[in-house]
Each structure stands twice: as structure tokens, then as C-alpha cells.
Ligand binder design. Structure first.
Ligand code: MN
Ligand code: MN
Ligand code: MN
Length: 303
């Protein structure tokens, strides 16, 4: 198959690239197989599956990628603490079996279970009984998160929409927005690097940081061994992208650029798989990877 012969750079010129998306292994609504096949139909040739705090969807995605001719980059999106803030770090080209990554995942699942119990308790107090069992049922084998509580509240007929669930109970500052001490940025970057992966700062514009704070985050991330930033994540205002590029020149000159849709579900066209393109004059993250994603399965990459 062509994909086994191509380097990531060749694949990136042959089709679209999407290095950030979710399946049912976390809070996406398509199975890894359905996701890969949708990516194929969107013209994606290089796809990273980056579920929240899990690699459980990767084997199925890789098998589907083989069948469909889509090269799969094994990935993950890890939640981390940066001071009092919560940030997301995407790990690309990771060895899913590496003990360091396994440990990082187990730690987060423990924190998520604790958080889920606290969210459930808060919903129970407001009269929504059976919240934990309900949300767990929605999540199935997937990693339990707030979106599963939102879906359960709608499915059980308590609320009209998931947006309503976030607005009233689960969103920032609401009772169900339970604080969690996630592993810190340094530890998170280290877990990814120890698994042979590339640490990428996800959607830097979505943390509500001032330019000064964002500059500080870029510097900290680069100093800790972070290697790339998502210059584009979902459809983005071009002015914001240009501004982010200026910030990168100043505060993260060694950081490569990544991109992704952050696709979760088909009914959000602004986050369709393969919806963004990297400008031609930036250094793409895949230049760090010497061999194709499929070859990667046969042994760790040399960076
Ligand atoms: Mn998500
Ligand atoms: Mn994220
Ligand atoms: Mn994401």
C-alpha cells in the first residue's frame, strides 16, 4: 500500500492533514473505524487520533487506516495543569505501549473517576438521580467526561440540549465544573517524550489567556521540551492565526506547527475532519518524523 512507502511529508502533500480529533474512545461520537472512513472521504491522507487521556481507539484506527489507505499517527490529548490553569497537550507519534504513557493515562483515569463521582454528587443534589450510572452508560468503555453527563441529562429527558447542561450545571464556574489537580505541564511533556512522542500545545487560543500569559505559556512549554504548537485548531479567524504566528516568533521560535480540526461529531461543520491547512512557510511538526506513520508501528522513530 502506498501509505507504507510515503513519509509524513509526502503524505502531507498528497492530501489533507488532521492531527487532532476524537472518537468514541473519549468524547467523540464516531467509532475509530467510522472516523477514519470519514477522514478518507474528506481527503485526509495523514490522520492523528488524539482521544482525551486514552489510547484505546488507536488499534482500531490503525487497522481501519490500513484498509482505507489513511496513514494513522498514534496520538493522545492529555489534560495538564499550568499553574491554576488547565491546558491540553497533544502527544503525537507516541508509543502507546510505553510505560510512561500508560502511567500518565492511569493517573488521569483515577482523577477522572474521582471527578465524575463529585459531578454526579452535585447533580444528585439538584434532583438528577442516577447521574453517575447514566453518564457511565453513555461513555461505555470510553473515558468519562463532562460531555457524557450532558448527553445523559438530555437522554434522560431532564434537559433539552447539551448546551443547556453546560450553561446551567457543567460549564466553567458552574457547580459541576469540579476542580481537578491534573498532572503539571512538566510531567505531561515528559510522559509524552518518554513514550517517544512529540508534545504539542493544543489550541493555544482557547484558554482565554492574555497575549502576555500566552507568551509565557509558549516559553514554558518550549523550555520543558514541548516541540510544536497547533497553529490552527478548528476554523480560526485569520487575524488570530497571524497574531499567534507573531507570538511564536517571539516566545517559541523552536516550536514547529501542527494543525487539526478537533473533530468530535459530524454536525459541527466548522470542525470537519481535514478542515484546516498549514501555511506553506511554517515548519510543520511532521518534519520531525523521519518515517511514515505505518512504519512507526514496526519500531520507535528516531527524532
Ligand atoms: Mn473533547
Ligand atoms: Mn482540547
Ligand atoms: Mn480535542
Amino acid at each position: 500500500m502506498a501509505t507504507t512507502l510515503s513519509t509524513p511529508a509526502e503524505l502531507a502533500t498528497a492530501g489533507r492533514v488532521d492531527l487532532h480529533c476524537h472518537s468514541t474512545a473519549s468524547d467523540g461520537i464516531l467509532s475509530p473505524e467510522a472516523l477514519v472512513s470519514r477522514a478518507k472521504s474528506q481527503g485526509v491522507s495523514l490522520l492523528a487520533l488524539t482521544d482525551h487521556d486514552t489510547v484505546a481507539g488507536l488499534a482500531a484506527a490503525e487497522a481501519a487506516g490500513e484498509a482505507e489507505g489513511v496513514a494513522i499517527v498514534p496520538g493522545i490529548e492529555l489534560t495538564a495543569s499550568w499553574g491554576r490553569r488547565q491546558v491540553h497537550i497533544v502527544g503525537l507519534n507516541v508509543d502507546a505501549a510505553a510505560p510512561a504513557l500508560r502511567g500518565a493515562i492511569e493517573q488521569r483515569w483515577r482523577l477522572r473517576r474521582e471527578r465524575a463521582a463529585r459531578i454526579a454528587a452535585c447533580l444528585e443534589k439538584r434532583g438528577f438521580s442516577g447521574a453517575l450510572a447514566g453518564a457511565t452508560g453513555v461513555a461505555g468503555d470510553g473515558v468519562l467526561g463532562r460531555p457524557h453527563f450532558a448527553r445523559w441529562l438530555v437522554m434522560a429527558g431532564h434537559l433539552e440540549s447539551e448546551q443547556q447542561a453546560f450553561k446551567r450545571y457543567l460549564g466553567a464556574g458552574k457547580a459541576g465544573d469540579v476542580r481537578v489537580e491534573w498532572p503539571d505541564l512538566a510531567q505531561t511533556v515528559e510522559s509524552i517524550r518518554a513514550a517517544g512522542g512529540t508534545a504539542v500545545l493544543a489550541h493555544p487560543l482557547k484558554y482565554g489567556l492574555t497575549r502576555t500569559r500566552l507568551g509565557a505559556l509558549l516559553e514554558a512549554f518550549q523550555d520543558l521540551g514541548g516541540e510544536a504548537v497547533e497553529l490552527l485548531c478548528g476554523r480560526q479567524n485569520p487575524l488570530q492565526t497571524a497574531d499567534l504566528r507573531r507570538l511564536l516568533e517571539r516566545h517559541g521560535p523552536r516550536l514547529r506547527c501542527s494543525l487539526g480540526s478537533d473533530f468530535h461529531r459530524p454536525d459541527q461543520p466548522w470542525r470537519e475532519l481535514g478542515c484546516v491547512y498549514l501555511p506553506a512557510d511554517v515548519e510543520p511538526v511532521w518534519n520531525l518524523w523521519q518515517t511514515s506513520a505505518s512504519e512507526r508501528a514496526r519500531g520507535p522513530l528516531q527524532h
